[in-house]
Design a protein around this ligand. Sequence first.
Ligand SMILES: [Zn+2]
Length: 191
Amino acid sequence: MPLCAPAEDAAQAVSDGGAGARRRTCDGGTGAAHSASHVELDTARTMRSGADGPPSCLYVVAAWVPQRETIAVGSLGPVEFARGWYAYVGSARRARHARVARHMRQAKPLRWHADYLFARHPATRSGLYDGPLDECGLAGRLLEVAGAARGPAGFGAGDCRCGGHLVGPLSAAQLRGMFASLAVLAAEPAT
Ligand SMILES: [Zn+2]
């Protein structure tokens, strides 16, 4: 039995915080309608991850920064963001939907690096991922998929040693491609 999302909901791109949500995932995530082919891929992946270990329970949320802006990001200090979309990879073993909703809310205690960005510019896009990659790995693969720059060094990476879990700035087309890739990435074999 998977610990988080039912197979049908894994790695779905969810717009606007789960409008049209039909199912609970990962203790509270939501999913929107998705294509049958992606559902099949997700089913295969989730069955494998059920055998190999728990699914990763990751999410990706994205916000639009309308113009160049310097934001004080907690321990990182002042960080300059160019205009564009920024996608953040996070994980939540429990209450994933609540975590995604937090990133879409302006008012909140500033606890994580992501809070400093999303309190200024609440996330408006989200997707789920349950596959073989961890946060660092998924952020790295999304960089490749989007052909984008990594965001500020160390952003969201307080507990690891990777370059950061924020991807951007991205164009709208890059962002769409990135979300569309989530189901495909979830179906990749573990390395
Ligand atoms: Zn990392």
